[in-house]
Design a protein around this ligand. Structure first.
Ligand SMILES: CCCCCCCCCCCCC/C=C/[C@@H](O)[C@H](COP(=O)(O)O)NC(=O)CCCCCCCCCCCCCCC
Length: 216
């Protein structure tokens, strides 16, 4: 049996996104939730300053687990079946002007995680392709500003900016991925990032086809 600590590394988490996809392009929710739990564990290992972020992710994962374990759970097997069920039965708040009726719908909850996955993809790609002396906090906030920032209030953007400033240097960060030297971590990112990219692209297409990308 493997040592749980040495098994815990960013490669294992990124590769776990591969399990989310079936051959016919379904995104399996149980695996999606498990992969996100791995990311939360990694985020927690970076320090208490990120706990306001991980708490938000945990609460969203709890919503999804609640739906999955509910009597309607079979409709939450995949993102595709969830969208078909919630949209088909009008269980999603589409209109920003109306009073929210389904603030915990699966579609809007996954959308928040989905947008964050794009941030992660851009940030890790930035780390992978940047020079040795690149600033982690700049890479992180550049990725944030082109993805999540547009959806966050001023106060959250300020809190996030402060948290980014505490990030370690690129080398230390790459080593914290627990896959060996910083060079090995860069190599790992090249191999493993396509797994989250695939999940992101398929989810994005699904949400776009159903006009769900702006759910309030
Ligand atoms: C490595 C540093 C990690 C920095 C993470 C950057 C992302 C910043 C996200 C800030 C979220 C702030 C908390 C609250 C957010 C919510 O308001 C907001 C909207 O939700 P609502 O519509 O229900 O109100 N929630 C969200 O947008 C979801 C945010 C989810 C953020 C997930 C961050 C995942 C981090 C995984 C990190 C793994 C580290 C890997 C890097 C090597």
């Amino acid at each position: 049996m493997g040592d749980p600590e040495s098994d815990f590394n960013l490669k294992v988490i990124l590769v776990s996104f591969k399990q989310c996809l079936t051959e016919d392009g379904q995104v399996l929710l149980d695996h999606y939730i498990t992969s996100w739990k791995g990311l939360v564990r990694f985020l927690n290992s970076l320090g208490a300053i990120f706990s306001f972020i991980s708490k938000d992710v945990v609460s969203k994962l709890q919503i999804m687990e609640g739906l999955r374990n509910s009597p309607q759970g079979e409709h939450y097997t995949s993102l595709q079946s969830m969208v078909a069920y919630e949209v088909g039965n009008k269980l999603v708040d589409i209109d920003r002007r109306s009073r929210p009726r389904y603030p915990n719908s699966g579609c809007r909850t996954v959308l928040r995680l989905h947008r964050a996955l794009r941030w992660l993809q851009l940030f890790l790609e930035g780390l992978r392709t940047s020079p040795e002396d690149a600033s982690t906090s700049t890479l992180c906030s550049d990725a944030y500003n082109t993805t999540l920032a547009a959806y966050h209030s001023w106060i959250i953007r300020q809190a996030v900016t402060v948290a980014f400033c505490t990030l370690p240097t690129r080398k230390v960060f790459l080593e914290a991925m627990n896959v060996g030297s910083s060079e090995q971590a860069v190599e790992m990112l090249g191999e493993a990032l396509p797994f989250i990219e695939n999940v992101y692209d398929i989810s994005q297409k699904l949400y776009a086809e159903h006009s769900l990308l702006d759910l309030p």
